[in-house]
Ligand binder design. Structure first.
Ligand code: FE2
Ligand code: FE2
Length: 358
């Protein structure tokens, strides 16, 4: 980070208190290992999609989602050790959007790790994002857990470099959810080799938590709920007894178990995407373990957004989603079945009936 950026962030930290708000789209992760003395938590905020209109105007609703998440994170008790921002800070990757988003994130009172989203990347291929937030992929150890951040939104070189008349056009093509001109996300060979070498140094009994923007599993290619080289990455995680992948991008609750790897999605601060299985053209559905939540009410701007606590007793992640109306929903790893289960939502009579959309 440049001196200028650091000074600016310090300045912004002192720039005034945020108004506290009600419901919040962030995740809090608690790690409490049965075989370790140290318990800690971290918070997770994702998919803010800060959108520039003109001059100093930004889309208010997306701003409010992120501001509320940051305010709530700062009020948490006990305090999280750090915060992860899960990508898509910007809508179209511009400096104005990234600066505005970084200003809001800089008000967090905790160390913050950022994950690259496709909306941050495809204007300048992550150049300005790096000036603000550092490397696209990296790893660190924290109280007995190995954490990895990957840039999972790369794609084929030909699509990136040869297909579009301008960087702006490339960004617009990748920004649409169901755009057939888009291209599948991938981590790519170079980063996979880095990951292979990084994980080589880690004891296979160490709990491993990987953050990516797209799911490191294949759900629905048409909407890029998909990572093209998911199987290759899963193979690198397979030797670990306890591996968890936490991803954004899908703007909805999802969970799955593939072998030893547990997958959890987090909600967005901006808006919810529909579940792909609700659309006739879907060639892939939700992971089979996921119980969809009822969503979204178009008359309530924060519907199907929320925030999450993550508790990893025994080294497995349990997500507690805090919904806009202050109800919670917990998706916890069940050692008896060896998979994550929705502990508060399995019983069909207890579910809110699905809405019809026309
Ligand atoms: Fe997103
Ligand atoms: Fe995304």
């Amino acid at each position: 980070m440049s001196d200028t950026t650091a000074n600016r962030r310090d300045f912004l930290k002192g720039a005034g208190a945020l108004a506290a708000a009600g419901s919040l789209p962030l995740s809090l992760v608690e790690i409490a290992f049965a075989d370790a003395s140290e318990t800690f938590r971290f918070a997770y905020i994702s998919d803010a999609h800060i959108q520039h209109i003109e001059g100093t105007k930004f889309v208010r609703n997306w701003d409010r989602g992120l501001i509320r998440a940051v305010a709530e994170a700062n009020l948490l008790t006990p305090k999280p050790d750090f915060v992860v921002f899960g990508g898509d800070l910007a809508q179209l990757g511009t400096k104005a959007e990234l600066d505005h988003g970084a200003e809001m994130l800089s008000r967090l009172s905790y160390k913050t790790y950022c994950v690259m989203g496709e909306h941050d990347y495809y204007l300048d291929l992550g150049a300005y994002w790096s000036e603000l937030f550092g490397p696209h992929h990296h790893s660190w150890d924290h109280k007995g857990v190995h954490f990895v951040v990957l840039n999972s939104v790369l794609t084929y070189d030909d699509w990136t470099h040869n297909r579009w008349p301008s960087a702006e056009q490339r960004m617009l093509e990748m920004a649409g959810l169901d755009n057939p001109n888009s291209s599948p996300f991938m981590v790519g060979e170079k980063q996979r080799e880095w990951l292979r070498q990084d994980l080589q140094k880690v004891d296979k009994g160490t709990p491993l938590v990987v953050f990516s923007h797209s799911p490191l599993q294949k759900i629905y290619k048409g909407w890029n709920f998909w990572t093209e080289d998911a199987e290759e990455i899963q193979a690198l995680l397979r030797p670990f007894a306890k591996a968890t992948v936490i991803y954004g991008h899908v703007h909805q609750i999802q969970y799955n178990q593939i072998g030893n790897i547990t997958f959890h999605a987090v909600m967005a601060t901006a808006w919810p995407w529909p579940y792909p299985q609700s659309y006739a053209q879907a060639q892939h559905n939700l992971p089979k373990l996921t119980v969809p939540m009822n969503r979204a009410n178009p008359f309530f701007e924060r519907d199907a957004t929320g925030w999450q606590f993550i508790d990893t007793s025994t080294g497995r992640v349990a997500m507690e989603y805090n919904l806009y109306n202050n109800t919670t929903r917990k998706v916890a790893y069940n050692p008896a079945t060896g998979q994550p289960e929705d502990s508060a939502f399995q019983d069909p009579p207890r579910r809110i009936p699905p809405q019809n959309h026309y």
